[in-house]
Design a protein. Structure first.
Length: 291
């Protein structure tokens, strides 16, 4: 069989068209990234002398945010559940940012006792905090109760950030001008509020709807806290990183992971700290803006 007859076969023809379409899509996305995604290099904010706390800082968006804050001179506390993974992330961020102002804090956001211990140690080291990024979250877990009787997903994604923010509120106010940034999700629009879910009760939830509902609760908390702290010097923001492939997907089924892996060729996890809007409308300056 000649090469031409192989290339002209219906199967090869359809495959060629699909390959060309994928390559064109990839090229279009690269051009879009180059000309339309706001670049952090355009923001010249210096954060020397500021203290930032980032939860879930050992990978994905939390790691990227921590690295950028460190690069700008901030003292960054990496709040991580695993000491081993946290130490590895600290070394990598240190090498990339050339910063020595990094500290590792061990905390499990699903454990209220762990959060209280972490906050107590943190406040002894950092009486003033200029930025708190509530980034840590879990996704894809079935209904699971923690030893404290809380649903694991709701505890990590909502109750934990709620408690940590309130415990650090005094340090945020002492800073004079500070920010709380809660990482939200477009999935919150698929959730609803039923506080019985916090303890594993309430209306039955479909697969991963516990994540949707927990993010909706976090968004509600963000709005109410922003109103309550008006005039205190502490502003509260919510930032949606969009669809990016990070380790939060590790508990999904293989089919979901493959889908997001394919998307990762077009949307990198580092883009989670950016926005698709033009300069001036990006939420990122809210995180990096001078205090």
């Amino acid at each position: 069989m000649s090469l031409w007859s192989v290339l002209s076969s219906p199967v090869w023809g359809a495959g060629s068209v699909l390959l060309i379409l994928v390559l064109l899509l990839r090229l279009s996305v690269q051009i879009w990234h180059k000309f339309y995604i706001w670049d952090l290099q355009h923001c010249s904010t210096d954060l020397t002398g500021k203290t930032a706390v980032v939860t879930g800082a050992n990978s994905g968006i939390g790691k990227a945010v921590s690295q950028e804050l460190a690069r700008r001179g901030a003292r960054v506390i990496l709040a991580c559940r695993s000491r081993e993974r946290g130490q590895q992330a600290l070394a990598e961020i240190q090498a990339a940012s050339k910063s020595s102002r990094l500290l590792l804090g061990e905390v499990d956001l699903s454990s209220m006792a762990s959060i209280r211990c972490f906050a107590q140690r943190l406040l002894q080291e950092c009486p003033e905090i200029h930025l708190l990024v509530n980034n840590a979250a879990v996704c894809g877990f079935p209904a699971t109760l923690t030893p404290e009787g809380l649903d694991l997903t709701f505890a990590t994604n909502y109750t934990g950030p709620f408690l940590l923010t309130n415990l650090l509120q005094g340090a945020l106010q002492r800073a004079g001008s500070a920010r709380v940034v809660n990482v939200s999700s477009f999935r919150q629009s698929h959730g609803y509020i039923d506080e019985d879910h916090l303890v594993g009760a309430g209306r039955p939830l479909a697969f991963n709807q516990n994540y949707d509902c927990s993010k909706l609760l976090l968004a509600s908390f963000t709005g109410k806290l922003a109103q309550r702290l008006q005039g205190t010097g502490v502003t509260v923001n919510s930032v949606d990183p969009g669809v990016v492939y990070t380790k939060i997907m590790k508990h999904f089924s293989w089919s979901y992971r493959i889908l997001f892996w394919l998307l990762s060729f077009f949307f990198k996890w580092k883009h989670g700290v950016l926005t698709t809007g033009p300069p001036g409308t990006s939420p990122t300056p809210k995180l990096l803006k001078s205090y």
